[in-house]
Ligand binder design. Structure first.
Ligand code: NAP
Length: 335
């Protein structure tokens, strides 16, 4: 099994390496690829130093599976070329809504892997992934009509540079120095910014629209979803306050059981001080944590949830590796 990772030096690329280290996948050759800036430097994997290759010169025929985690522009330019020689699992948003590219969360819609046409499989947006994992088992039983979601997203969702900037800004504030914002539109330290990705004409941001469109593509086109996405000064893990309207009535005890029994979900909902999940506790864990499970008494069949998950793991690296595992298990070798 030969594997390549484009963007191996970034947040998601490094997490993919961590996940691969823990998994039992046997890898014969691993090719780490990044920009010319990193080419020639080394990253350790399973005790062995691996040199970084320059994307511009990389021969994709060396790898059976190539993970792309270097941003939409790089995927746009290189993924289709790579897909002629290697099966591509793309973490960027570039191919997600392409009808010929399946958008996959293995425990939610594995059957969509039967629809690989371009040799490319897309990984969903991090905020969509954790939401859909929690909603899938509930949709199967009670049928979701409408979702209202507000996100509290960590800075690592924007990449390594914004993560470093949160620390720099925090130090500047504590030292009473002038705060400079390079990767954010406003100061992020001790603040909240209701703007992730670019604005569209109707006032929604692309991050908000991604949540709507990706949820429909993965779960059900009939589901209506409206989102407000907010960046907060947290390093890792996204949180979501979610309001759901079902077609069918439910009993809270059943909701808990269904969520707790679904692969990848964990209910932490004690209705007491500290009896809920927070971003720090979710960081580094594979599960999607669900807390604050309550009936919304203002609508028929309404439910409120608080969903927290590690955006780099669940929302990107782990999901990407699980897609690869599913394909390998199914003996899929690409077109
Ligand atoms: N962070 C998340 O929670 C998350 C979740 C889901 C999906 N994603 C997606 O995953 C992708 C990567 O995100 P990230 O957070 O890992 O970003 P990041 O930390 O900024 O890392 C970017 C990576 O891309 C590489 N890169 C940049 N320009 C390049 C070029 N011209 N040629 C080759 N490689 C280049 C960088 O290499 P150098 O070090 O050499 O510059 C680095 O390895 C994005 O598409 C993002 O939307 C991220």
């Amino acid at each position: 099994m030969n594997i390549a990772i484009v963007g191996a030096t970034g947040n998601v690329g490094r997490k993919i390496l961590e996940v691969l280290e823990k998994k039992e996948l046997s890898i014969d050759n691993l090719y780490l690829v990044a920009s010319s800036k990193s080419a020639g430097t080394k990253i350790e994997f399973k005790g062995k130093k691996h040199e970084i290759f320059d994307l511009k010169d990389f021969d994709f025929s060396k790898a059976r599976i190539t993970f792309f985690a270097a941003g939409g522009k790089i995927s746009e330019t290189f993924a289709e070329k790579a897909a002629k020689k290697s099966l591509v699992i793309d973490n960027s948003s570039f191919f997600r809504m392409d009808p010929d590219v399946p958008l996959i969360i293995p425990q939610v819609n594995p059957d969509d892997l039967n629809n690989i046409k371009k040799n490319i499989i897309a990984n969903p947006n991090c905020s969509t992934a954790q939401l859909v994992i929690a909603l899938k088992p509930l949709h199967d039983v009670y049928k979701i009509k409408r979702i209202v979601v507000s996100t509290y997203q960590s800075v690592s969702g924007g990449g390594k540079a914004p993560m470093d900037e949160l620390i720099e800004q925090t130090k500047s504030v504590l030292d009473s120095k002038k705060v400079e914002s390079k990767n954010f539109t406003k100061q992020i330290a001790f603040n909240a910014i209701p703007h992730i990705d670019v604005f569209s004409d109707d006032g929604y941001t692309k991050e908000e629209l991604k949540m709507t469109h990706e949820t429909k593509k993965i779960l059900d086109e009939k589901i209506e979803l409206t989102a407000t996405c907010v960046r907060i000064p947290v390093s890792i893990s996204h949180s979501e306050a979610v309001n759901i309207e079902f077609e069918k009535p439910f009993v809270l005890g059943e909701i808990r059981k269904i969520l707790d029994n679904f692969e990848g979900c964990k209910v932490i909902d004690e209705r007491s001080d500290g009896g809920y999940s927070t971003p720090i506790e979710a960081a580094g864990k594979d599960e999607t944590f669900i807390s604050r499970i309550r009936e919304d008494k203002t609508i028929k069949n309404g439910l409120n949830l608080w969903i927290v998950s590690d955006n780099l793991l669940r929302g990107a690296a782990l999901n990407a590796v699980e897609i690869a595992e599913t394909l390998i298990k199914n003996d899929y070798y690409g077109k």
